[in-house]
Ligand binder design. Structure first.
Ligand SMILES: Cc1cc2nc3c(=O)[nH]c(=O)nc-3n(C[C@H](O)[C@H](O)[C@H](O)COP(=O)(O)O)c2cc1C
Ligand SMILES: [Mn+2]
Length: 454
């Protein structure tokens, strides 16, 4: 396995760029660890060296800013969104390796997950400890097509687990397909993952598309995989810990209150039960966690991946689309900004409708011109003040299918809103509010080149 694909090398990189803070004081995985992560939301990654009740350290807040993600992916100055767009265009198939350190220690038989892993309990009214950074690998029981995604796994005592999977997610479809064949669904859960793996797990691909190929695209080389010991699945060889077992969509467990990215508790009702029958890990494994609810890393992982797949689709259909940004205030899921270059009349509205059609989550989509920075909420608001005419540029569509996570959904429907804040094709004439007031370009160029002298 190339060492740079290992989570270990990611921790080293965090250290070398000054982005790792080591917490040496003993920390309780029950509420206290999550509280520290929450108060250091966008700060350095936090490595908890002394977690009460476990010899295994815990790391969190690893991918909590766009700049951090770019640095960990080794993108010198290439923008993150360009790297993702290229990955989606140039998938690379994974390769198998014979051996990986993640299988150095093996637990089989009578497993007590709580004894092996320092799994945090985050919030007061949640039902227990959750593995939140576990990338779940599963295969279609008929076609064998692979799927790679995250769903939070709650420890239910011993080797028993519960996974709360949204109905429309591929993992759930695979579990239901297995169930219809009278089978359970084998799963492998990789913990301690390279940023490319975590981002890849969040891409909205088609059912049957292998997320590993896009992860290879992001890495610019094949992702190295190792075969699991007890299930016919392959996991990233650079991971720290792997859980092997199965889930059964006919085996229901009431989840009770669980936190969701809007920051609230929700009760989704019954979730999927299962069992972990084998745990393997590196000799000195580090347990990675992602603070759930309205937290920087949780929101950003979805945002960065969703905006990439939206941009890929939109730009193919409407070439004037230059960028899609899924915003932090929109919880990294619900609000998008589409940047366009001089759209033709009505093209902005068409982009809004396409984006909403593609991504169920989007309910407020703002279109701006590419002369402003779509990542900057102040410039987006400036566009609304300067270019948005409420009477003509507003789209309101009540009663559209909503995502289950939307805090305002009514019977799983919601009102979708589009705001088109772009110039008009006939704009550009003086006084038409699209030409910026500035000094002659020759003067600007001279001053820019010699600014230090002033
Ligand atoms: C930290 C984190 C936790 C997540 N937890 C869940 C979860 O518990 N249930 C779920 O359905 N999706 C969860 N997701 C979202 C899915 O991983 C994501 O939508 C993924 O693209 C689904 O992929 P799939 O359709 O291939 O299964 C989580 C995402 C992140 C970043
Ligand atoms: Mn998928």
């Amino acid at each position: 396995m190339p060492e740079h694909q290992s989570f270990r090398s990611v921790v080293e990189r965090l250290k070398s760029i000054g982005a790792l803070h080591e917490v040496t004081r003993p920390v309780d995985p029950r509420f206290e660890l999550g509280a520290v992560l929450s108060m250091r939301d966008k700060g350095q990654a936090q490595l908890f060296a002394a977690v009460k009740g476990s010899a295994m350290p815990v790391i969190g807040n690893v991918m909590n800013t766009r700049a951090r993600i770019a640095a960990l992916l080794g993108l010198d100055r290439k923008p993150l969104h360009d790297a993702l767009t290229e990955a989606l265009q140039r998938p690379v198939k994974p390769v198998m390796v014979d051996h990986a350190p993640l299988q150095d220690v093996v637990h089989e038989g009578d497993i007590d997950l709580e004894q092996i892993l320092p799994v945090p309990t985050f919030f007061e009214h949640e039902g227990g400890a959750y593995v939140t950074a576990g990338v779940i690998i599963a295969k279609d029981p008929v076609s064998g097509a692979r799927n790679v995604s995250i769903a939070r796994i709650r420890l239910e005592g011993g080797k028993r687990i519960m996974v709360g999977i949204a109905r429309n997610h591929h993992l759930n479809m695979l579990a239901e397909k297995a169930r219809s064949l009278g089978q359970v669904l084998p799963i492998a859960v990789a913990i301690g993952n390279h940023p490319a793996v975590l981002l890849g797990s969040q891409l909205y691909l088609g059912l049957g598309d292998d997320e590993y190929d896009m992860i290879g695209g992001l890495l610019g080389e094949p992702l190295a995989l190792v075969a699991c010991r007890s299930v016919p699945l392959e996991v990233p060889a650079g991971a720290e810990i792997v859980l092997e077992g199965h889930i059964d969509s006919g085996d229901l467990i009431e989840e009770g209150d669980v936190s969701e990215f809007p920051g609230f508790y929700v009760n989704y009702g019954p979730a999927t039960g299962g069992f972990i029958t084998c745990v393997t890990h590196r000799r000195d494994a580090i347990f990675q966690t992602i603070l759930p609810a309205y937290a920087a890393e949780h929101c950003l992982l979805g945002a960065v991946a969703i905006e990439a797949v939206t941009f890929q689709m939109l730009s193919r259909i409407i070439p004037s689309v230059r960028r899609v940004v899924v915003t932090e205030g929109g919880m990294g899921r619900l609000h998008a900004v589409i940047s366009m270059h001089r759209p033709r009349l009505g093209e902005g509205k068409r982009a809004v409708l396409l984006a909403m059609g593609q991504i169920n989550l989007f309910k407020l989509v703002t279109v701006v011109e590419d002369d402003i920075d779509p990542e900057d909420p102040v410039q987006v608001e400036w566009s609304l003040a300067a270019r948005f005419r409420g009477g003509e540029d507003l789209i309101v569509i009540p009663g559209v299918k909503a995502d289950r996570c939307d805090p305002l959904h009514d019977n799983l429907t919601v009102t979708k809103i589009g705001l088109v804040a772009t110039t008009r094709p006939d704009d550009g004439k003086r006084g038409s509010r699209s030409e910026f007031a500035r000094a002659p370009e020759a003067v600007l160029a001279r001053v820019r080149a010699n600014l230090e002298d002033y």
